[in-house]
Design a protein around this ligand. Structure first.
Ligand SMILES: [Zn+2]
Length: 293
């Protein structure tokens, strides 16, 4: 757990994956040799030629609220196109309970975007039906992203990897009346606001925490890997708008370097977050957290 002013932040791990290096266009042997000394082993597994990719949920406790940022891949989901998320049976809710959180105690779930690895625990299978996992929570999600994914709102055909997670993990939340649709720049509670960071997904939002002069930003998938701090031009193949993803990344890196804010991304390996500084030669450097959230 780390503290940012009055906020307590804990990372609840769902799984850790190996992401093939080929997922990132522009990452090659030359890039690896240049950055190997700090990427291996926490961020890059040389034997597997793969990046270490954590799938986790961020838990934020404020003096009055219990908040989750993103909800991982989920259990029992039918994901034949994404074997890593297919029909999983993992004790995620037990891990949440160990952190002192019951499903009923969650006040707010903030979904940075609606990809398969960020919406899964929105729902769970109960008596054959997808029910909201957090029955009291307001689920905050991007109005524009819902509109572009929702078949009932006239969205064009989505690829199965995006369509199915919407049907089983977002639609039941809309139908239960638990969704809070936002533009992506709102203040959600004292010291907590949203920042629009589109590109990886059309309505992607970062979540900013500010308290007592300290700041942390959940930057979602603006960056998947710390190598993107010194090499912001490389994109994951999962970024839906590649040019916009790069522009947003450049903006967030400048913001992080200017403010000294802790960045807490969706998928970095251990210690899962850090700060960004300018290296004096026009590039950025990543400084990992000293304490793990
Ligand atoms: Zn992701």
């Amino acid at each position: 757990m780390i503290r940012v002013g009055d906020f307590e932040i804990t990372r609840i791990e769902e799984m850790v994956l190996a992401e093939p290096a080929a997922t990132f266009a522009g990452f090659d042997a030359a890039a690896l040799s240049q950055h190997r000394h700090w990427l291996v082993p926490d961020y890059f597994d040389e034997a597997a030629n793969a990046f270490v990719t954590s799938i986790h949920v961020w838990l934020v406790k404020t003096p009055t609220l219990t908040i989750l940022v993103d909800t991982g891949g989920g259990n029992d989901k039918q994901r034949p196109a994404s074997p890593r998320f297919h029909q999983r049976q993992a004790p995620f809710l037990d891990k949440l309970a160990k952190a002192g959180v019951t499903p009923e105690s969650v006040d707010m779930v903030i979904l940075t975007h609606l990809h398969v690895d960020h919406v899964g625990w929105n729902t769970q299978l109960v008596d054959g039906r997808w029910q909201p996992t957090f029955p009291r929570a307001a689920y905050v999600m991007s109005k524009s992203e819902v509109a572009c994914r929702d078949p009932k709102a006239g969205a064009a055909d989505q690829p199965p990897a995006l369509h199915q997670p919407f049907i089983d993990s977002v639609e039941p939340i809309l139908e239960a009346g638990l969704a809070r649709l936002v533009d992506g720049d709102e203040t959600l509670a004292e010291g907590i606001d949203l920042m629009p960071v589109p590109g990886h997904a059309p309505g992607q939002m970062a979540v900013r925490l500010r308290s007592r002069g300290e700041e942390a930003v959940f930057i979602a998938d603006v960056m998947h890997q710390p190598i993107q701090v010194p090499m912001p031009e490389i994109n994951s193949k999962y970024c839906e708008n590649q040019d916009l993803a790069r522009a947003t990344r450049a903006r967030i890196l400048a913001y992080a370097a200017d403010t000294g804010a802790i960045i807490l991304p969706g998928h970095f390996g251990r210690p899962y977050g850090g700060t960004v500084e300018r290296d004096g030669a026009g590039k950025y450097r990543f400084r990992p957290l000293a304490t793990m959230p």
